[in-house]
Structure formats: structure tokens, C-alpha cells
Design a binder for this molecule. Structure first.
Ligand code: FES
Length: 106
């Protein structure tokens, strides 16, 4: 079973199963991860699905597209490892990926 680990704002670690092609947001929602609001429902227009890739996995995801990069400027305290969970498509090689959910979404 493929999984990613989310660390929620209360520092709880939640393993979320995924199928290749799922988004990080889909994996988080199915696993009941706290702290991701996703107010636009995955439409890349709210920046409230902000997650931060752990440094050990830096460079393993496709870089953000122009729309995601633009919307990330509206996230709270974005970092170079910040992503919008709705815009990241998971692949088999992402098995074991670890991400922190942003402490604040707005
Ligand atoms: S859910 Fe709104 S930008 Fe991801």
C-alpha cells in the first residue's frame, strides 16, 4: 500500500494511503488530516491547502506550475518547499513522502 505521512498543526503524524494519480489533497481528505481547509475544493484559487515538503524529500516533486506558484504567494509564510496539496499529483515514487500541514491557512 502506498502512503504519505502528514504532520498536522498539532504535530500528529497521519499516514494517508494513495493510488498513483491521486492528489495530495485527496490523500489528506481520505485520511482525515486536520488543518487543511481547501476552501476552493481543489481549484487552485484559495491557498488554504498549504503543505510543506520535508527537507529530506526536497526536489522529488515536479515544480509548481505557474498558477500554483502564483497562488502560493497568498499562502501564510510560504517556504521554498511549500506546495498546494490540491496541485500535487502523487506517483509510486512518492511512497513514504512526508509533509507538514501549514500551522495556519490564513
Ligand atoms: S484547495 Fe484551494 S488552492 Fe488547493
Amino acid at each position: 500500500m502506498l502512503y504519505v505521512t502528514f504532520i498536522d498543526p498539532s504535530e500528529n503524524e497521519i499516514e494517508a494511503n494513495f493510488e498513483p494519480g491521486d492528489s495530495l489533497l485527496q490523500a489528506a481528505v481520505h485520511a482525515g488530516v486536520d488543518g487543511i481547509l481547501a476552501e476552493c475544493g481543489g481549484g487552485c484559487s484559495c491557498a488554504t491547502c498549504h503543505v510543506i515538503l520535508s527537507s529530506a524529500w526536497a526536489g522529488t516533486l515536479e515544480p509548481p506550475g505557474p498558477q500554483e506558484a502564483d497562488m502560493l504567494t497568498f499562502a501564510v509564510d510560504p517556504t521554498p518547499q511549500s506546495r498546494l496539496a490540491c496541485q500535487v499529483q502523487l506517483k509510486t515514487e512518492h511512497n513514504g513522502l512526508t509533509l507538514n500541514v501549514a500551522k495556519r491557512q490564513y
